[in-house]
Write a protein that binds this ligand. Structure first.
Ligand SMILES: [Zn+2]
Length: 142
């Protein structure tokens, strides 16, 4: 069973706004047959289908892989930001870091604290860009 597999891998039931958590990773069951997987940096890392008995172990592996990759992405982007923002780094390293940081697939999430149609309503937890609405151009200030 899925819950048994999670517990066997060190996930604990309950906690703040999560059905299961492991360190800074969390899982929330939504109202359908999906779980929302979150990390400290990205509250909607991915939605994963609640597995049947046969797929439970594989699904826990998938969830942990997604969380590790998300943590790795955040850690590497932070390192690139430090290189980009450090003035004593060589020009080509600075340019390479800035160019890499300029690339993002964007995972647009809704910021419920910002009204519809206002700048910052949509945000990307990966690069930090914001936009007023889905599909809109990013806000000019970000
Ligand atoms: Zn982005």
């Amino acid at each position: 069973m899925f819950a048994d597999e999670l517990k066997a891998r060190g996930w604990t039931e309950g906690g703040q706004q999560a059905d299961y958590s492991k360190g800074s990773w969390s899982i929330c069951f939504d109202t359908s047959s999906w779980v929302e997987v979150a990390t400290a940096a990205n509250p909607r890392t991915f939605d994963v289908h609640v597995p049947g008995e046969y797929e439970s172990r594989w699904t826990v592996n998938l969830i942990e892989h997604l969380c590790r990759m998300e943590d790795e992405l955040v850690r590497l982007r932070k390192a690139l930001s430090e290189i980009r923002d450090t003035s004593d780094v060589g020009g080509s390293a600075h340019t390479t870091a800035a160019k890499a940081l300029g690339c993002c697939y964007h995972r647009w999430l809704v910021n419920m604290r910002v009204s519809e149609g206002r700048g910052g309503r949509m945000y990307c937890p990966i690069c930090g860009q914001t936009a007023a609405e889905p599909g809109a151009a990013p806000d000019p200030a970000t």
